[in-house]
Design a protein around this ligand. Structure first.
Ligand SMILES: [Ca+2]
Length: 324
């Protein structure tokens, strides 16, 4: 009987330590995330994961420690995956990366996030940190790329019209140094849209978001009801590029001196395969700036397990009141 118990005990220990091999002995901590299973096959699919190191440190019993941001590595089956990192606050970050190659329907892929604390010495920053978030599918989303032309975007065909201005602006921006500016001096339309189609996958919700500001709204009161500045559209098409419909967001008929955020999530019809993103002044007079356009699939992952090297994997949980 004793022998059987011993065997069971050894088996449990073995399971804990062999679930995944430790990627690199120089690192002391890791978190484990799994992708949610998808209904369709995807290729090079972008994902995001918000990581709250404050919560992780509470769970590891090292609440007072500080994260060494440069130590963060995303690992899949022993391989380093390039990622983009966005700081939310002191301890919170959003990491985004691309799941390389094909992911089959219902397939679960596991990622390990290795990290260390500053107290244990600084790690070198990886050379492959991405400069743009792969989860945002909008080209030149902050209008920082290119020179005179707005790279990745196409304006109205009648751009030569003297009553219409569509340009890259540097007098104001929501982030970086540039934004785009549309202006109508007479009633009509000013429009700009993404030059290429953006591929989408069915059964996945998408987030559409942008910032805009309408400092010049000069439309006469009789047209106030009609004219709109600062409308964003997502126009969706089937695989033969036949237009299936559009969704709109924003649309202002007042002056705004501050940048304003518009944001909505959508799930497109199953036969929608690609979209174009468009911004316009519709039947209005005035000027409008746009910046920081976001269009991304929502497949936010959760980091659910943490582990200190050589110790058991722990389910990540909220700090309990009696521990405070
Ligand atoms: Ca910008």
């Amino acid at each position: 009987m004793k022998k059987i118990l011993l065997i069971i005990f050894l088996f449990l220990i073995y399971n804990v330590y062999s679930e995944e091999r430790w990627w690199n002995d120089r690192w002391k901590y890791r978190g484990i995330v799994e992708n949610k299973s998808l209904a369709y096959e995807v290729e090079n699919f972008p994902i995001e994961c918000e990581i709250d190191f404050g919560k992780i440190f509470d769970n590891l019993g090292i609440s007072k420690e500080e994260i060494d941001v440069n130590s963060i590595r995303v690992i899949e089956k022993g391989k380093e995956i390039p990622y983009y990192i966005e700081k939310i606050d002191k301890n919170k970050f959003i990491l985004s990366w691309v799941m390389p190659g094909k992911t089959l329907p219902e397939e679960k892929r596991k990622y390990e996030i290795y990290f260390d604390i500053l107290k244990d010495g600084k790690k070198e920053k990886p050379a492959y940190i991405l400069s743009n978030p792969p989860s945002n599918l909008v080209p030149n989303f902050s209008f920082e790329e290119g020179k005179d032309v707005i790279s990745g975007w196409s304006p109205n065909k009648d751009i030569e019209n003297e009553n219409l201005i569509i340009k890259r602006a540097s007098d104001t921006s929501h982030s970086g140094e540039k934004s785009i500016y549309l202006e109508r001096k007479t009633l009509g339309i000013a429009r700009i849209e993404t030059t290429s189609y953006i591929e989408i996958f069915p059964s996945i919700p998408y987030l559409f978001e942008f910032w805009c500001k309408t400092p010049k709204y000069t439309i006469g009161s009789s047209q106030r009801e009609k004219g709109s500045l600062g409308i964003g559209f997502v126009i969706y098409y089937d695989e033969n590029e036949k237009c299936l419909g559009q969704i709109s967001l924003g649309g202002s008929n007042k002056k705004t001196e501050e940048w304003e955020k518009f944001s909505r999530t959508y799930e497109f019809p199953v036969n929608a395969r690609r979209v174009k993103i468009q911004f316009e002044i519709y039947n209005g007079i005035g000027g409008v700036y746009f910046d920081d356009i976001k269009f991304k699939p929502i497949l936010d992952l959760k980091l659910e397990k943490v582990q200190e090297k050589g110790k058991e994997i722990k389910e990540l949980r909220e700090k309990e009141w009696f521990e405070l």
